[in-house]
Design a protein around this ligand. Structure first.
Ligand SMILES: [Zn+2]
Length: 187
C-alpha cells in the first residue's frame, strides 16, 4: 500500500482522503476532532466558556475580575522585593500603568490619593529588545542542509548588529516588586 507516500497526490474524491469507520469508540469534540479516551481534553477543546474558581461563568482561559484581582494581589505579595534605582521604569499593577520616572510616580500617587507607593503594587520593569533574525528563518526556502549566500549572511550580521545596537525599545513588568524609598538619592 502506498497511502503514506508523500509523492502521491490525494484528491478529495480519492479513496484515501477519508474513510468511514466503524467499531472505534472514544471522545469527539464539537469540531469533530477525535480525542480517544481523553474525555477531559475533548470537553476542553469543544468548550467556549468555563466556570471560574469562584463559580462565575467566564470565557475559556480566563478568570472573573474578582479572582484575577485576587491572583494579582497574591502575585505582588509573594514577589521578591528589591530596591528601586529611581531610573528603571516601574509598572503599577493595581492601575495597569507604566511609570517612567519619579514624577510619573508622584503624579499617580496624587491622582489616586495614595501616600504609600506600595499601595500601587509596583513592579520593576525589564527591557524589551528587538529580536534578532537567524538563518533558520529561510529554512523553508533553502534546500535541505542548504546555506544562505555569503552576501546575505554578511548583510544579516550587519542587520542583527543594528538590532542589538538599537537597545531597549520598550518595557514589560519584571518579576521583582519595587521597594521605593522616595527620600533616597540615586545618581
Ligand atoms: Zn472567579
Amino acid at each position: 500500500m502506498q497511502a503514506n507516500n508523500p509523492e502521491k497526490p490525494i484528491f478529495p474524491e480519492s479513496e484515501e482522503a477519508a474513510k468511514f469507520v466503524t467499531g472505534i469508540s472514544g471522545w469527539v469534540d464539537r469540531d469533530g476532532r477525535f480525542w480517544g479516551a481523553d474525555e477531559k481534553m475533548a470537553r476542553y477543546s469543544g468548550s467556549t466558556h468555563r466556570h471560574c474558581d469562584c463559580g462565575e461563568v467566564v470565557e475559556q482561559r480566563s478568570y472573573c475580575r474578582a479572582c484575577s484581582r485576587r491572583k494579582d494581589i497574591e502575585k505582588y505579595k509573594n514577589a521578591q522585593k528589591i530596591e528601586w534605582d529611581h531610573k528603571t521604569p516601574l509598572y503599577s499593577q493595581d492601575h495597569d500603568k507604566y511609570l517612567f520616572d519619579k514624577d510619573d510616580l508622584f503624579d499617580l500617587m496624587c491622582e489616586t490619593q495614595v501616600t504609600d507607593p506600595d499601595e500601587l503594587e509596583l513592579f520593576i520593569c525589564e527591557p524589551n529588545e528587538l529580536s534578532q533574525i537567524n538563518s533558520e528563518y529561510w529554512n523553508d526556502d533553502l534546500p535541505e542542509d542548504g546555506e544562505l549566500p555569503d552576501s546575505v549572511e554578511e548583510a544579516l550580521a550587519v542587520f542583527n548588529k543594528a538590532l542589538v545596537d538599537a537597545g531597549t525599545v520598550s518595557w514589560h513588568p519584571g518579576k521583582f516588586a519595587a521597594i521605593v524609598d522616595l527620600e533616597a538619592k540615586h545618581d
